[in-house]
Write a protein that binds this ligand. Structure first.
Ligand code: FAD
Length: 378
């Protein structure tokens, strides 16, 4: 059996559920007899795998089903899921991609997550003041709240920023975002701030083409490692604790996780049960990545303590860093050593009031981070 076929057979012994879709992968799926067709290979090369996945899942030896999973059960070497349509499926490993609210993933510590909340609209407008060739990432100005004392006072304590992506002079995506709050900032408050901001900017909305409510739990402890269900996506702790970004990182780690599962189930040893759960979870969260996540969590805890002025000062220093560092931080690409360098350099670049903020407000999160790092490293 070739390596590819072995991998496919191995993956065939796992079952994944997400997006209300079950990918049912029978033991003999994609074995010797079922090679991916050229169509699927080409599609993969062209990043069109998803289309092929949905239109021709059988090419990959998959059967797609669409019920909701109700129950997950485990035996020593096999798990099964029971669905709301009565279907029962068995697999060596269940991969749960059902999002932040999954009830199938266990935690052994209290989940003290922060929340990113945002209100966004894709709108047709009479006109807008933004450059068409630029996007605005974090506009922390609060001049639009001059006539809104209540909103202004709240914004000074729990600030929100504007994000803008103009498409043309009449079509623009606008989003008012609370980077992180705990407890979560009320959605109505975020909407009111956006209305005040658009009024101040003289933007008259003709039509809201799409609107979105964004609520992303961030940070907090990782799921229990290992456990019998494997998590991927929002339920796996992979969401960036300081930014809320999830999708790119999930896509980046998915192949490694698949590789690990394939190695376990495809090897002649057929690693199953607890050793399989160990390998899969440690493949997703090797020690170095867990330590780095503690640093990102520290970033979130720091942001939670800053008011509007503190946040502005913090980001002034952050975007003064060498782009390699701030870009690497936002995209979770820095090694642990680089993250530590970033921390030192950020402190060095911070203004005196910002340094004071850090010294006064960060010791508790810092001590927690050091404690968690020590526990993880043992
Ligand atoms: C408005 C908005 C904007 C965002 N912008 C960004 C961004 O710019 N960048 C970024 O990285 N992230 C962004 N996020 C966050 C990102 O969308 C989420 O982190 C990501 O979707 C999580 O992916 P997931 O696959 O884990 O879960 P989800 O996308 O929530 O998918 C889970 C799926 O599983 C299904 N499901 C749930 N329970 C079951 C069950 N029992 N059985 C079967 N199926 C089930 C659900 O119906 C759902 O379809 C944004 C989120 C929102 C809401």
């Amino acid at each position: 059996m070739g390596t590819e076929a072995r991998k496919k057979r191995a993956i065939g012994a796992a079952a994944a559920f997400s997006s209300s879709i079950l990918a049912d992968l029978p033991d003999d799926a994609g074995g010797d007899g079922v090679e991916p067709t050229e169509t699927v290979d080409a599609a993969r090369d062209d990043a069109l795998l998803l289309d092929s996945f949905f239109s021709k899942p059988t090419c990959l030896g998959l059967a797609l089903r669409f019920p909701k999973v109700w129950k997950v059960e485990h035996e020593e070497f096999e798990s099964s899921i029971v669905c709301d349509d009565g279907t029962e499926l068995k697999a060596s490993l269940i991969v749960d991609a059902s999002g932040f609210t999954s009830s199938f993933i266990e935690y052994d510590k209290p989940r003290n997550v922060g929340y990113q909340i945002a209100h966004g609209i894709l709108a047709e407008v009479d006109s807008h003041p933004f450059d068409l060739d630029k996007m605005v990432l974090m506009d922390w100005r609060d001049s639009h709240l001059g006539n809104e004392p209540y909103l202004r006072a709240n914004n000074s304590k729990l600030p929100t920023f504007l994000y803008v992506m103009p498409f043309d002079s009449n079509l623009v995506f606008l989003e008012e975002t609370s980077l992180v709050s705990r407890p979560v900032l009320p959605y109505m408050e975020v909407k009111k701030r956006m209305v005040a901001r658009l009024r101040h900017l003289g933007i008259r909305v003709r039509t809201v083409i799409e609107d979105e409510k964004c609520l992303i739990p961030m940070g907090g402890p990782l799921p229990k490692i290992p456990q019998s269900v494997m998590a991927i996506g929002g339920n796996s702790g992979i969401v960036h604790p300081s930014t809320g970004y999830t999708v790119a990182q999930t896509m980046a780690v998915a192949p490694f996780l698949a590789e690990t599962i394939a190695e376990c189930l495809g090897s002649t040893r057929m690693i199953r049960g607890t050793p399989l759960y160990h390998r899969a979870w440690n493949g997703l969260w090797p020690v170095e990545r867990r330590l780095s996540r503690e640093f990102y969590n520290f970033g979130m805890e720091t942001l939670l303590k800053l008011d509007l002025n503190g946040t502005r000062r913090f980001f002034d220093a952050f975007f003064e860093l060498n782009p390699y560092y701030w870009q690497g931080f936002l995209s979770s690409r820095l090694s642990l050593g680089e993250l530590l360098l970033l921390g030192v350099s950020l402190f060095g670049k911070a203004s005196s009031p910002s340094k004071l903020d850090m010294v006064r407000k960060c010791p508790v999160p810092l001590v927690k981070m050091v404690g968690n790092v020590a526990l993880e490293a043992i």
